[in-house]
Design a protein around this ligand. Structure first.
Ligand SMILES: Cc1ncc(COP(=O)(O)O)c(C=O)c1O
Length: 481
């Protein structure tokens, strides 16, 4: 060991404190249900508990870790609580967390194959596995013309898809000259807001995003898509991108790919499929039908960081034609030149996404897939769906609540019969109880409650308790209002 003055943590200290941190995390999971699911702090409260100035001298690790309980935990909304039913989940698991720790320990930055071949090759391999695991078309494998890459988020994946679509439509001239206001993108009114953001960033302009009407199940209407594309062409515009969603954020609606696909093909428009949460269900053969029509898609993404027990962040993004993506995003400054790249025999993932640098995210995904096995993953996904379906049956049988739409998978949209204001108050009171956390949406312009079953440790009794709490709180409110 060096004799130079050092403030670094020694390997021996790291071992000791590392164990303390792992113990802390294990204890946290054991006591997680004792915390209110939704944090109760007021704006500014966490900052007020922090010193105004950073420490001049280093502090004892025990003191720092102690502040996790004292300062940080009150400001945590417990996404890993089995009583978390809000938004879509961002679930995690032991193997994922340990894979993440190893990734931090190795501390590699895998921008090029050469900067850590294992970082690139494991990613390629695991993403190829997932093509088979989800029943996606083989064209998305690295052995064909396409391939997969891990991105930080579905938002980034969709942006990359849009950029590649823009370039394909303009024969790579938008990259050189910028956009001229004629490119048009299409999605439904239910599409995630990340598409609007992508359209702004990519320079298409938000007025060139067409948000198309949906059917009774909140799925994009292919007839509306075909008509709008035709009208835009007649107006001299250039349709370039359609985003279809498998599992919309509001209600888990499934856009009909078998009908949307042929329209995109005929019109030469890039079809991107966003299956951020629901894609994971296709691990189970009985839900593979969700991916019917995927053979028409140019790109696809889903988030293991939502429902596949892989802690945030981890989005898997696939393209059918990797050359289009690489040509869109590639720049090669002198300092990145190297023999492996020049040989053409390797993948350099820096050309597959926006940032240059990249973390070794494939490790945690690899750990999850190996630890659970495909059957283990299927077991828990099936269970989540069963629990949500059971909840939906209770709602349907109640004379107080209505199901807004039959739930295709693990998300139930429902409302109390007494109208918007009542439902708003109900949600507020439920979340203030700390016993569970639900969020809302608007469907057919009605305030609607959402209950999504997808947290790793959610079991039947958590969903039963949630339903009891919802009924009890509604009965109290009925008395008061
Ligand atoms: C359908 C859909 N797409 C995209 C996103 C954005 O996900 P991310 O946070 O990975 O960008 C979400 C988030 O919930 C979503 O539900």
């Amino acid at each position: 060991m060096s004799k130079e003055k050092s403030f670094h943590m020694t390997p021996e200290e790291f071992r000791r404190y590392g164990r303390a941190v792992v113990d802390w995390i294990a204890d946290y999971y054991e006591r997680i249900e004792s915390f209110p699911v939704l944090s109760r702090v007021k704006p500014g409260e966490i900052r007020a508990a922090l010193p105004a100035e950073p420490p001049l001298q280093g502090e004892a690790f025990e003191t720092i870790l102690g502040d996790i309980d004292r300062v940080i935990l009150p400001g945590i909304t417990h996404w890993q609580s089995p009583n978390f039913f809000a938004f879509f989940p961002a679930n995690a698991s032991g193997p994922a967390i340990l894979g993440e720790l190893l990734s931090a320990g190795l501390g590699v930055q895998g921008m090029l194959w050469a900067t850590s071949p294992a970082c690139t090759e494991l990613e390629t391999h695991v993403l190829d596995w997932l093509v088979d695991m989800l029943g996606l078309p083989p064209k998305f494998k690295s052995s064909g013309t396409g391939g997969g890459v891990i991105q930080d988020s579905a938002s980034s994946a969709s942006l990359c898809a849009l950029l590649a679509a823009r370039e394909r439509a303009t024969h790579f001239q938008s990259n050189r000259q910028g956009c001229d206001g004629r490119l048009v993108a299409y999605a439904s009114t239910q599409t995630h807001s990340s598409i609007e953001k992508a359209v702004k960033i990519a320079g298409l302009g938000s007025q060139n995003l067409r948000l198309l009407p949906v059917d009774d199940h909140f799925a994009l209407r292919p007839d509306a898509l075909a008509r709008q594309i035709r009208q835009d062409r007649e107006a001299g515009l250039i349709p370039c991108f359609v985003c279809a969603t498998i599992g919309t954020t509001s209600s888990n609606a499934i856009d009909p790919l078998p009908e949307i696909g042929p329209i995109c093909q005929e019109e030469g428009v890039w079809l991107h499929v966003d299956a951020a949460m629901a894609g994971t269900a296709a691990l189970c053969p009985e839900y593979r039908h969700l991916h019917a029509g995927m053979e028409w898609a140019d790109s696809y993404c889903f988030n293991p960081h939502k429902w596949m027990f892989t802690n945030f962040d981890c989005d898997c993004f696939y393209v059918a034609d990797r050359a289009a993506l690489i040509q869109t995003l590639s720049v090669l400054p002198e300092y990145l030149r190297n023999q492996a790249t020049e040989s053409g025999a390797v993948i350099d993932y820096r050309d597959w996404h926006i940032p240059l640098g990249r973390r070794f995210r494939a490790l945690k995904l690899w750990f999850v897939i190996r630890y659970y096995g495909v059957e283990g993953l299927r077991h828990h996904i099936r269970r989540h769906i069963e629990l949500a379906q059971e909840f939906a049956r209770w709602v349907a049988a109640s004379d107080r609540f209505v199901l807004v739409v039959p739930p295709p998978l693990n998300l139930v949209c429902f409302r109390h019969v007494r109208g918007d204001e009542f439902n708003e108050r109900l949600l507020e009171r439920l979340n203030a109880s700390g016993r569970l956390y639900l969020t809302h949406t608007r469907l057919n312009d009605h305030y609607t409650l959402r209950l999504c079953v997808g947290q790793t440790h959610t079991e039947a009794h958590h969903v039963q308790q949630a339903w009891q709490q919802i009924q009890k709180t509604a009965a109290e409110l009925e008395q008061e209002l």
